[in-house]
Ligand binder design. Structure first.
Ligand code: H2U
Ligand code: ZN
Length: 348
C-alpha cells in the first residue's frame, strides 16, 4: 500500500503555528448519537427594541446608542482589558509568573439593521466595516501602550455571540496574544531566511493546485488550509503582501468586502442556516517595529461538522494530545466551492 492523503491516517504540519493536526479520512462515516445543536433560524426584525446594539437603544451602565445609520463603535461596557490598570510583574522561581496587562475593548456594530448578517449586507456596507476596522487598527495601535490589535467576530449562539445583531469586537492589548505570536515568529523566520512572505508562497502553491481554494477575486483568496483543524475552517489571504488592513488600497478593501460576503454566503448555504463561526484578522503588531514577514490574513473557525445539528468538539485526544479531523480539507473545500453563490434566503 502506498501512502495517500485521501485514505490513510496522517498528520499535517501547520507552518504558521508550527503545530500538527491529525487527519483520519477513513473515519468520516462513523455514527453520531451524541449531543445535537440548535441553530436559531427564526427571522429577526429590522429593529429590536430589546437589543442593546440597535440604534437609539439603552446599553448597560446607562449608555444610550446614537441613532446611527452606518457602522457604530463603542467602548465595551464589560471590557476585559482596561487602559489605566497598573503595570507590574511578579515572579517566583520562574514558576509563578504574572504581568500587568493594559488595553482596550470595543464593540463594532456592522449596520443598524438588526436582521442582517455579513452574508446579506450590501458590498458598500461591508466596505464601510472594512474601513472602520482599518481606522480602529490605526487608532488603537497608535496608543503608546497598545502593541497588538485583535479584530474578531463571534457569530451565532453556539460560538458565544450574545446577540444576533451583526457585530464584532476589538481587543487592543499590551502584549501579543499566543496565537498571533506563534504565527508572527514563524512568518518572521521564514521571511528572514528567504526574503519572501510565508503566506505569499503558500498562496501561490494553493492557487496552482486549486483543490483547496473556495473562492477568490482580484485581491483576496479564501481557501481551506492544508492544516485546517475545524471541519470547514478557512483562511482568507491578501494576494499582495501587506501587514495590515491599514495598508490596503481602496480597490483591495472593496475586494475584501466582496470576498467576505461571498464566503459567508457559501457558509450559510452549506446547511441552510445562519452559519456560526469565530473569525478574526491577524495583522502586524503595533509596537513600532517593522515585522516585514507579517502577512495580512483572516481565519474563520466554524464549529459545525456534518449538519446544522452536529458540531465538532475539542475534547479527549484533542485537549490532551493534538487536534484531529475526519473530513479532509480537500473534501471541505470542494463542498463549499460547489455551493450556489446566491444566498438561500434570497432564492425566489
Ligand atoms: P459578543 O456577542 O461577541 O459577546 O459581543 C458583545 C459584547 O458587547 C460583549 O463583549 C458587550 C459585551 O461585553 N456589551 C456591552 O458592551 N454593553 C451592553 O450593554 C451589553 C453587552
Ligand atoms: Zn439590534
Amino acid at each position: 500500500m502506498t501512502f495517500n492523503l485521501n485514505d490513510h491516517p496522517h498528520r499535517r504540519y501547520n507552518p504558521l503555528t508550527r503545530e500538527w493536526v491529525l487527519v483520519s479520512p477513513h473515519r468520516t462515516k462513523r455514527p453520531w448519537q451524541g449531543q445535537t445543536e440548535e441553530v436559531a433560524r427564526e427571522e429577526q426584525p429590522r429593529y429590536d427594541p430589546q437589543c442593546y446594539l440597535c440604534p437609539g437603544n439603552a446599553r448597560a451602565g446607562g449608555h444610550t446608542n446614537p441613532p446611527y445609520e452606518g457602522t457604530f463603535v463603542f467602548d465595551n461596557d464589560y471590557a476585559a482589558l482596561l487602559p489605566d490598570s497598573p503595570a507590574g510583574r511578579s515572579e517566583e522561581a520562574g514558576l509563578l509568573v504574572a504581568e500587568g496587562e493594559r488595553g482596550l475593548c470595543r464593540v463594532v456594530c456592522f449596520t443598524p439593521r438588526h436582521d442582517l448578517t455579513l452574508s446579506r449586507m450590501e458590498a458598500a456596507g461591508i466596505r464601510a466595516v472594512v474601513d472602520l476596522w482599518a481606522a480602529q487598527y490605526e487608532e488603537l495601535g497608535g496608543l503608546p501602550f497598545v502593541n497588538h490589535v485583535q479584530i474578531f467576530e463571534n457569530r451565532g449562539a453556539m460560538m458565544g455571540a450574545s446577540n444576533p445583531h451583526p457585530h464584532g469586537q476589538i481587543w487592543a492589548s499590551e502584549s501579543v496574544p499566543n496565537e498571533a505570536a506563534k504565527e508572527l515568529s514563524a512568518q518572521g523566520e521564514y521571511f528572514d531566511a528567504r526574503g519572501r512572505s510565508l503566506l505569499g508562497d503558500y498562496l501561490s502553491l494553493e492557487l496552482e493546485r486549486a483543490e483547496r481554494v473556495v473562492c477568490e477575486n482580484a485581491h483576496f483568496v479564501a481557501l481551506v488550509p492544508f492544516w485546517a483543524v475545524w471541519p470547514f475552517e478557512t483562511l482568507v489571504v491578501s494576494r499582495r503582501h501587506v501587514g495590515g488592513l491599514d495598508q490596503l488600497e481602496g480597490a483591495e478593501r472593496d475586494a475584501l468586502a466582496d470576498l467576505l460576503r461571498r464566503l459567508t454566503t457559501l457558509y450559510d448555504n452549506l446547511f441552510r442556516v445562519p452559519f456560526p463561526y469565530s473569525m478574526g484578522f491577524h495583522q502586524r503588531p503595533t509596537d513600532g517595529r517593522e515585522h516585514a514577514g507579517s502577512h495580512l490574513h483572516a481565519h474563520f473557525y466554524p464549529p459545525l461538522l456534518r449538519s446544522a445539528t452536529v458540531r465538532k468538539f475539542m475534547v479527549g485526544f484533542e485537549l490532551l494530545g493534538m487536534p484531529q479531523r475526519d473530513l479532509t480539507p480537500e473534501q471541505a473545500a470542494r463542498r463549499l466551492r460547489e455551493l450556489p453563490a446566491r444566498h438561500y434566503l434570497d432564492e425566489v
